[in-house]
Design a protein around this ligand. Sequence first.
Ligand SMILES: *[C@@H]1O[C@H](CO)[C@@H](O)[C@H](O)[C@H]1NC(C)=O
Length: 199
Amino acid sequence: MSAHNGWLRANALFSLAVVALSVIAACASFTDRFTQCQPRSSIPTLSEPKISIVSHDKIVRRKDGSDELHVTLDIDYDLSHCATWNTRAVHAQVTIGYETERRLSNEATVWDRTATTKQDMRVSGRFPGKYGVRTVDEGISGRAVELKLRWAVLPRSGKMWRGVQSVWNSTIPAMEEENPDLEPGQRRMIKQTRTPGMP
Ligand SMILES: *[C@@H]1O[C@H](CO)[C@@H](O)[C@H](O)[C@H]1NC(C)=O
């Protein structure tokens, strides 16, 4: 075999490898394009995911009018069908959004999970919020809020894609009683809200 032939063959093998790689990459993005998905309930007989606030564990108003809020959530979703052989992780986030006079849209994350196994992509139960909500200068108590489930599918190769679904609308209870342990003007409220049908 001449040096020239060897070179040609190496070149041909290289081109073949490049073609194979682009086919794999194309398959990966092709698969992903057709697996963009909506979350479901973790209960097979229900279709929609369900997320709600089951208790407002702490609401504190500061002197400047801002609030700190801690909640417990009831979470039920299944994103496991969003994962394919090309999925590295599925990230889910529960956000609380509300409007104030100064800012039309405020959004804070109260809970999240990054899952790499199908089992962890299915979530069902009560969870204390991982993150408290701290408003900037306007309170959240007494306001209408919307919970959203946001998810992101992180692939091994190709583009990450995201989705969002509104899951709950409610109102945060208004401040009720003055707390003697706090400085004047600061109010604190501890109140358990009950969801109809829940214990
Ligand atoms: C919550 O309210 C918003 C705005 O009215 C609406 O777009 C959304 O669908 C509602 N979400 C649910 C779960 O009902």
